[in-house]
Design a protein. Structure first.
Length: 727
């Protein structure tokens, strides 16, 4: 970290759950180096927060996840920063920073991580040298990100010029992460760029084969009327170089196809926390929980973590063997082999299994971690392009505008180029949205633009890192096997086809997720395949022998952690000689009781035994069952229906409320329903407002929705209202 304390150094720090902030941060870092600023780039958790007081200049790019929470790779930093703030007065007085937040206005706490980080930095005495940007994924991150980045370089240049007038010249030695402050090396970027084009051209030549891809349905008719396009982002800098090697194929890493090839050389420095460090586990069986006629295939998959090694330290022991109800695990899955094969065909790369050297075009730049693992400077073996495409980048995510902009530059046909420029321009916003709604992957996009001669190296610059996927475990502590329930992500989208005759105006495109179809396939092979897993740090836990009432809202696979909670309560009841604990109320929803009522038998049996005191069911697609069983349509409807009882539990008996499931629809809807419950309860019960601690000058007894939402936020901070929400 030594060089980072130099007064002209710029440290880029990111917090990212699904890779957007990470990609932006790494692109900023590479451009910063090319602008001649000595720079480095880290995830927040891989940067020691205690060293922040020694930094002079930092650029933060942070996203928000869950319900206004910081991403997983910022949690440790967050805790340390809080402690640093407590112990010292204005500890970050030296630090000048810029901050870009990524969020989505479909969620209730827009860009909460950025907003809170900004407040904490300011409180700690740091000064912003450039106005904060808050980008909205709902309308397109680029709308804010692009102009923010545009202005950043001027602001940074002024900053550094200001500081260099005062600074003493420091001789700093580059280390693995830092880039040296070497004036004049900027030229090298240009040289390397040319070298890459030549090198990559050896592997990626003329394009010919039309791959099996889904057709992209976009109406470009508006383009003919347009004189000028505006608002297209700048293409990101080229960072990667790929050089085919003549080493025999055996030199490529030949570990199990179900494990990322880098897993054996996983540096503990990458995962300093033993609790969340990845390890190899074995897949067990998968049992189907839904009927064959159900719309979704939901599986219950068993995973066997390895027994702790005899010489393991206590931390590692804990990480491997135990699993609390409510925990989630990350599973590392590759892109589909068929998709990678289609991409290699599209890149006309016949030698996808030949080892390659992956390096940075500019030797001053360190590749981002997901590529660094495959780079020659750190990897113990050379990997093939197929392995890199399988494990390093996400091929399934719909392309960002920046990617389309960069692809436009690779087209030899003017019509292809114009269409791509249109898609990422302000005027093509509706068409860009259509591409996103079709969840088009990179192979679909390249299939739609046959003259796009993008190189494999350029694609690695553009595609987001492939992230592990997280699943809640369904079992309680002490269970040696772990179980996760998930819907196999395979779906068909119906899209209006602007070119079709009116009577047949819809086309159907099929999509597959990365992880769940792969897990299903592996479990079906019955060979106890090895997979890389890691535990996620979280707070979605039921206290031991919880005496307060417990309210659980979990439709669909959102019920998974509650199966673990109820398992835990059943054990606790048994230990207490059958004496019931506090009450437990489950709100569960599915389409129909006969098709997709998950864990039906276990839930019914817990209800009979008194482990579960109350069950409210919702069936969204079965009117008959709703009528006969007195069920509601959605869980938020049931929450509102039982406002009086729920209100009493929440207000008078300090119930703990847990919500698990969809972050976009169900999570915010249930949040509003709970706020309405509080309003309704307060309207019917004098003094409820006082008991909730909402004091308003000259106000009556009624509680407004805004006040109720604030109460819920306070409860969330006190861990009386916990949410585990996912996309
Ligand atoms: C499960 C989930 C929960 C999210 N919760 C929030 C939220 O509470 N507030 C917000 O502003 N954005 C939220 N977002 C939106 C992300 O912050 C946004 O998509 C961002 O671009 C992700 O960046 P990343 O890939 O670097 O994590 C959420 C996204 C997901 C998938």
């Amino acid at each position: 970290m030594g060089a980072e304390t130099a007064s002209n150094h710029v440290t880029f720090l990111y917090a990212s759950q699904t890779g957007n902030a990470e990609t932006i941060s790494h692109q900023l870092y590479a451009t910063s180096v090319q602008h001649g600023h000595p720079s480095s780039c880290h995830s927040l958790d891989s940067y020691p927060a205690a060293s922040l007081p020694t930094l002079h200049r930092a650029v933060f790019v942070v996203s928000t996840t869950g319900d206004g929470d910081p991403p997983d790779n910022a949690l440790k930093f967050w805790r340390t920063l809080r402690k640093t703030l407590k112990n010292k007065e204005k500890p970050l007085g030296n630090l000048r920073y810029a901050l870009l937040g990524l969020g989505d206005t479909n969620y209730s706490n827009f860009c909460n991580t950025a907003v809170r980080l900004d407040a904490m930095l300011e409180e700690a005495g740091a000064t912003a040298f450039y106005p904060k940007g808050l980008a909205d994924d709902a309308t397109g991150l680029e709308d804010v990100v692009e102009p923010w980045i545009e202005g950043l370089w001027d602001a940074l240049a002024k900053e550094v010029a200001g500081s260099s007038a005062e600074r003493e010249v420091e001789e700093t030695k580059p280390d693995a992460v830092d880039t040296a402050d070497k004036a004049g090396t900027a030229d090298k970027a240009g040289t390397a760029d040319t070298a890459d084009v030549d090198g990559a051209a050896a592997a990626v030549e003329a394009l010919s084969i039309a791959p099996a891809h889904q057709r992209l349905v976009v109406d470009y008719s508006a383009l003919a009327q347009l004189q000028k396009l505006s608002g297209a982002p700048k293409p990101p800098a080229s960072i990667c170089a790929i050089t085919p090697l003549d080493t025999p194929a055996a030199a490529a890493n030949s570990s199990s196809a179900t494990l990322p090839p880098w897993h054996a050389s996983l540096a503990s420095s990458e995962h300093p926390d033993a609790f969340t460090r990845p390890f190899v586990a074995r897949l067990g069986s998968a049992v189907r929980l839904t009927e064959s006629a159900a719309a979704k295939r939901t599986l219950l998959l068993t995973i066997h973590p390895p027994p702790p090694p005899a010489d393991a330290d206590a931390d590692a022991d804990t990480a491997r063997s135990s699993c609390r109800a409510g925990d989630a695990i990350n599973i590392y899955a590759p892109n589909s082999a068929a998709l990678v094969a289609a991409l290699l065909r599209r890149l006309d790369c016949a030698k996808g299994d030949q080892p390659v050297r992956l390096s940075a075009l500019d030797e001053r730049i360190t590749l981002p971690p997901h590529l660094q693992r495959f780079s020659s400077s750190t990897a113990s073996a050379h990997y093939s392009l197929r392995q890199i495409l399988l494990w390093a980048v996400d091929l399934t995510l719909a392309p960002r505008k920046q990617t389309l902009r960069a692809l436009a530059d690779c087209c030899t046909d003017a019509a292809d180029r114009d269409r791509l420029l249109f898609l990422c321009s302000r005027q093509g916003a509706a068409q860009f949205d259509a591409v996103r709604r079709q969840a088009a992957n990179i192979v679909d996009v390249l299939g739609a633009f046959p003259s796009c001669h993008v190189t494999a190296a350029r694609l690695l610059d553009l595609l987001p890192p492939l992230q592990p996927r997280a699943y809640s475990v369904c079992n309680a502590a002490g269970d040696e096997r772990w179980q996760v329930a998930f819907n196999v992500a395979e779906y068909a989208l119906e899209i209006a086809d602007p070119f079709a005759a009116a009577e047949e105006g819809m086309v159907v495109v099929r999509r597959r997720g990365v992880c769940t179809p792969w897990l299903e396939e592996l479990a079906g092979q019955g060979s106890a395949a090895e997979v890389l897993v890691a535990r996620r740090a979280g707070q979605f836990h039921l206290r031991e022998r919880e005496a307060r009432p417990v309210v659980m809202v979990g439709p669909g696979t959102g019920v998974a952690p509650f199966v673990g909670f109820l398992e835990q309560r059943a054990l606790e009841m048994q230990q207490a000689g059958g004496t019931p604990l506090g009450s437990a109320w489950l709100f569960f929803g599915c389409r129909s009781p006969t098709l997709d009522y998950l864990f039906h038998d276990r839930i019914s049996s817990w209800l009979q035994q008194g482990v579960l005191s109350r069950l409210s069911l919702c069936f969204s697609r079965d009117t008959e069952a709703r009528t006969s069983m007195g069920a509601d349509v959605y869980v938020q409807d049931a929450v509102r229906r039982y406002a009086e009882e729920l209100g009493r539990l929440m207000v008078e008996e300090e119930a703990v409320v847990f919500v698990c499931g969809d972050a976009k629809g169900m999570g915010p809807d249930v949040n509003l329903a709970l706020a309405d419950v509080l309003c309704q309860y307060a309207a019917a019960h004098t003094d409820a407002r006082q008991r909730l601690g909402v004091v308003r000058e000259g106000g009556g007894e009624a509680l407004s929705r805004a006040e109720a939402l604030e109460v819920l936020m306070c409860w969330a901070a006190e861990k009386r209202y916990l949410r585990d929400l996912w996309a």
